[in-house]
Design a protein around this ligand. Structure first.
Ligand code: SF4
Ligand code: FES
Length: 218
């Protein structure tokens, strides 16, 4: 760990609609293979998708600027509850990063191309909780008889998903000029392709726009 990072100081990510992500006191930056990347007490991370030093900002956003506003045609940032006999699954489609952990982990519950797409009675509650715990965006959560499941307890870290968002864990604060509040304070996904309609959060648009980590062509 960088010796200048003071673990007792709160880790926070700050941005405005026009600026890259500034991460302070984040001790762990991890690539998609689990390797630790160099960290500094204050790091500036790319959110426009143009940097040649991803995940770090190299100033490539300057000519065109950053559009960090929320789009009017974004998927509504709204939680829907799917009540089962023993467990309720809560789902906010507006912040799903579409990493498919749920549909691959428990396809009989999270049913791609079905309506309703969630069947909370198709597996036992423990299986569902185990899969929901792996949801990186916070789109999914659960409760039993009105009691929310405990949030995971992880150290503050930023994982750089391959060709995808920054996956934040460990209660890293988020401060922007839109008053954005993550669905889960413990974990959320930030857009680093520049195409999300629900900035600063990832909305899965990197998949349709085929965002790639490779440096853009000249
Ligand atoms: S982010 Fe969560 S809800 Fe979205 S695909 Fe991944 S596990 Fe499913
Ligand atoms: S990284 Fe997912 S929408 Fe930009």
């Amino acid at each position: 760990m960088n010796k200048n990072i003071r673990e007792q100081e709160h880790a926070v990510i700050r941005c405005t609609c026009a600026t890259p992500f500034q991460a302070s006191n984040v001790a762990q930056l991890i690539d998609a293979e689990g390797n630790c990347l160099p960290v500094a007490p204050v790091m500036v991370l790319c959110r426009c998708g143009r940097s040649r030093r991803k995940p770090y900002c190299d100033g490539s956003h300057v000519p065109a600027g950053i559009n960090g506003n929320k789009s009017d045609n974004r998927v509504p940032d709204r939680r829907i509850d799917y009540h089962g006999r023993e467990i309720t699954i809560h789902d906010n489609r507006g912040v799903c990063s579409h990493d498919r952990s749920c549909v691959l982990g428990l396809p009989r519950v999270f049913r791609k191309n079905h309506r309703p797409w969630i069947d909370p009675d198709a597996a036992n509650p423990e299986e569902i909780e185990n899969v929901v715990r792996k949801c990186p965006s916070g789109a999914l959560s659960t409760s039993r008889h009105g009691v929310p499941a405990a949030e995971p307890q992880r150290p503050p870290a930023i994982r750089v998903a391959k060709n995808g968002p920054l996956e934040i864990t460990g209660n890293i604060g988020l401060e922007d000029d839109l008053g954005s509040r993550p669905e889960s304070r413990e974990h959320y996904c930030l857009c680093r392709c520049g195409e999300s309609r629900n900035q600063p959060f990832c909305d899965g648009s990197h998949r349709t726009t085929r965002f790639r980590d490779d440096a853009p062509e000249e």
